[in-house]
Design a protein around this ligand. Structure first.
Ligand code: ADP
Length: 248
């Protein structure tokens, strides 16, 4: 479903991702953990082409973008826009349009990017907001919603584009602790429905419960990957052990 080969990313002289290789099967939930600055967010942003990789290939379903040096010129803007439609991104700070209601936020992408009719987009948006437990808040503006509610609008908005893969970038880290559960519950429901997803999070309990595979990143590398049971109880690498001791 997803295949990342030799992915690297530089910001000027700083190499933030170093030869990332990863395969994700359809319907699998991958949780990415690791210290701050290890490249987790940049990896997700490269998958959504919010950052242009310096090198490597990314394949999702049967679409491939090749950023290896010799062919970079061939990656057109149109190819990037098409590729981006395959993934739905949920951001740490929700990134909602402040002057649009919950319903309008969710309708926006399907209308502008997918050229859906307003009516179709509205019906789908209402259905998705209902699904994330906000059926009674569709006409509220972001400032009238709690952080947990705003993030659930963010999830509905990503789902409205009918992506193949959902990418979650620390979706609960900006939330007050009492609001974390309602967002994780929605993500868990999506996992149970078979959505393929990559979730960057510090919520280790969630990772244990939901992940098919946990990836530990440090210094721009995938240092270790495995099933949650192994990673959390018998990590192989010293750096993984050290990180887990610090946070648990
Ligand atoms: P994580 O998500 O694991 O905390 P990030 O992917 O956000 O890590 O960042 C990895 C490194 O890349 C950090 O050193 C960060 O400062 C740097 N970085 C991220 N985005 C940029 C950018 N746009 N320009 C320059 N450096 C960046």
């Amino acid at each position: 479903m997803i295949s990342i080969k030799g992915l690297s990313k530089h910001f000027g002289d700083l190499q933030v991702l170093k030869d990332i290789n990863l395969k994700v099967g359809k319907g699998k939930v991958i949780v990415v953990i690791g210290p701050s600055g290890s490249g987790k967010t940049t990896m997700l942003r490269c998958l959504n082409i919010l950052e242009i990789p310096t090198n490597g290939h990314i394949t999702i379903e049967n679409k491939q973008l090749d950023f290896s040096k010799k062919v970079t010129k061939k990656v057109t803007k149109k190819a990037i826009i098409d590729f981006r439609k395959l993934t739905g991104m949920v951001f740490q700070n929700y990134n909602l349009f402040p002057h649009k209601t919950a319903l309008e936020n969710v309708m926006e992408g399907p209308i502008t990017v997918k050229k859906q009719s307003k009516e179709k987009a509205r019906n789908k948006a209402a259905e998705l907001l209902n699904k994330v437990g906000l059926g009674d808040k569709i006409d509220y503006y972001p400032f009238q919603l709690s952080g947990g509610q705003q993030q659930r609008v963010g999830i509905a908005r990503a789902l409205a584009m009918e992506p193949e893969v959902m990418l979650f970038d620390e979706p609960t880290s900006a939330l007050d602790p009492e609001l974390v559960g309602e967002v994780l519950k929605v993500i868990k429901e999506l996992a149970n429905e078979g959505m393929t997803m990559i979730v960057v999070t510090h919520e280790m309990k969630f990772a244990r419960e939901v992940a098919d595979e946990v990836i530990f990143m440090d210094g721009g590398y995938i240092v270790e990957k495995g099933n949650p049971q192994d990673i959390f109880t018998v990590p192989k690498e010293a750096r993984t052990k050290q990180f887990l001791q610090l946070i648990q």
